[in-house]
Design a protein. Structure first.
Length: 98
């Protein structure tokens, strides 16, 4: 079965899609993460690709999209309790060993 292909504008992004994209790009987008294409009006559009098991997304990138991602991540950070299980240096060392 072929995957669905969906282009999502920031105005129409759902909470679930926002969670997917913030999980994939927790530090935001770098220029190499983005692709550019011409839409039907001949305008250049920048988008970030993201693929799930059943869908290929292109999320149109705009300043408003980046603001919504930051706000979503801030809300998520506020809802998580702080833990002292590991220092940040230990987390980095574990990640580098993988």
């Amino acid at each position: 079965m072929e995957k669905r292909r969906i282009i999502v504008d920031y105005k129409n992004i759902t909470s679930e899609q926002l969670a997917l994209i913030t999980d994939r790009y927790p530090e935001g987008f770098a220029p190499e993460d983005m692709i550019s294409f011409k839409n039907s009006k001949g305008e250049t559009v920048r988008a970030v690709p993201l693929e799930t098991s059943d869908t290929k997304y292109l999320f149109k990138v705009s300043i408003e999209m980046e603001r919504r991602m930051e706000a979503f991540m801030d809300e998520d950070d506020d809802s998580e309790p702080a833990t002292d299980d590991a220092t940040p240096d230990e987390d980095v060392a574990e990640d580098l060993d993988d």
